[in-house]
Design a protein around this ligand. Sequence first.
Ligand SMILES: C[S@@+](CC[C@H](N)C(=O)[O-])C[C@H]1O[C@@H](n2cnc3c(N)ncnc32)[C@H](O)[C@@H]1O
Length: 454
Amino acid sequence: MTKPVSERELVLAILLEVLEKGQYSHIVLSRTLEKYQYLEKKERAFITRVTEGTLEHLIEIDYILDYFSKVKVKKMKPVIRGILRSAVYQLKYMDSIPDPAVCNEAVKLAVKKGFANLKGFVNGVLRNVARNLEQVEYPEEERKALSVKYSMPEWILEMWERDMPFSVIEKIAASFQQEIPVTIRCNQEKTSPEQLKAALEAEGVTVEEHPYLPSAFRISGYDYLKNLLCFRKGWFVVQDISSMLAVEAAQVKENDQVLDVCAAPGGKALYLAEKLKGTGMVEARDLTMYKTGLIEENIARTGFQNIKAVCKDAAVLDEETIGSADIVLADLPCSGLGVLGKKTDLKYKVSPAGMKELVLLQRRILHTVQNYVKPGGTLLYSTCTIHKEENEENVHWFLKEHPAFVLEDIRKDLCLELQSSVNEEGWLQLLPGIHDSDGFFIARLRRRQESDKI
Ligand SMILES: C[S@@+](CC[C@H](N)C(=O)[O-])C[C@H]1O[C@@H](n2cnc3c(N)ncnc32)[C@H](O)[C@@H]1O
């Protein structure tokens, strides 16, 4: 019996939503998998792999298609473009599927979608690709070659070239295509790192200690993370090491009043609560009820009492909060160029104009939330991007606008291995492929108090 919807048809539908209508892949993919829960595990894995793989390698795939097809990718009908793109991904990256099967399935899908008149074209292009894939001549010019090899838009590479040597950029681009192990942080309110490691191993999970922090591990070899007993008991949270380091740099002390102004889903806020050891309070704010709901879910699972979620816009001054916080964490919305390996389609969606707008939003939020920092208190600024304007240039702008603050050196809050990466001004820019983490920026600013000599 033929299935009402095949897995390739679902892949096509997701690609059309993402590439033709600008939707985010992780949202469309998880919505699709939820809707078609009756599909077998193997079919669901196929949908995930082909969707993510096609998006990950899109620039390279389009280069290959343009190499073999008379009609260029940009001129193709969206449905045909989607079918060919996912088929080229399978031909190049999935040895387990025989080439004739990839071609036949693509032709069948084109017919099913009402393009019987183009079945010869689909068949011809794909058979040509399958036969001659090894003969493709890749561009010689350095930036173009890198762009095709790692499917990284040229304008992003050009932007990075202004700040970094090409060898570093290549490592960053390559790292986004490598498998990223899941990093977790032990919830030390509930268990110790040693106990967590042993319990996870007893559940069949492979656990590796992270070199940057003793409470962090990299885990693999499990089926569904949320089914792990240790997860359900709230013994760990999933969090990149860079986010943990931002919290380390905040230097939280018992009894501190902490305000996380952009907190959802709450990873850093929960770590701050843990560091308070049952004292003080963390107010974890975010813009919408949906987002604060995510924080609340995580608070419930991990069981902390000294943290609450509040729905508030960080860009609007909250008079009642002025001068009340020992620590304000401003982990702000950003272009996300440090996490392109985790958000496969983001690299095609960011734009220079969008990034300029983000810089303005970041400055508006920083300008607003600095009001909440007590004299002597800390404003911890972080982003998950590798974009100078959003990071160090924002810090320079902030210090000029707010001379009541000084930039502090965070070296002492980091492991030996990372200390040499701290810039002479005191901030840290983590780079994927260079450091063992996401791309991330951390700067600690402190409001002067009267006893400070200016
Ligand atoms: C980088 S994420 C925060 C991640 C979080 N700190 C964590 O560690 O789990 C940025 C957050 O800022 C929120 N956001 C964006 N604009 C905001 C605004 N004007 N006010 C408050 N939150 C905002 C987004 O909803 C998003 O959850």
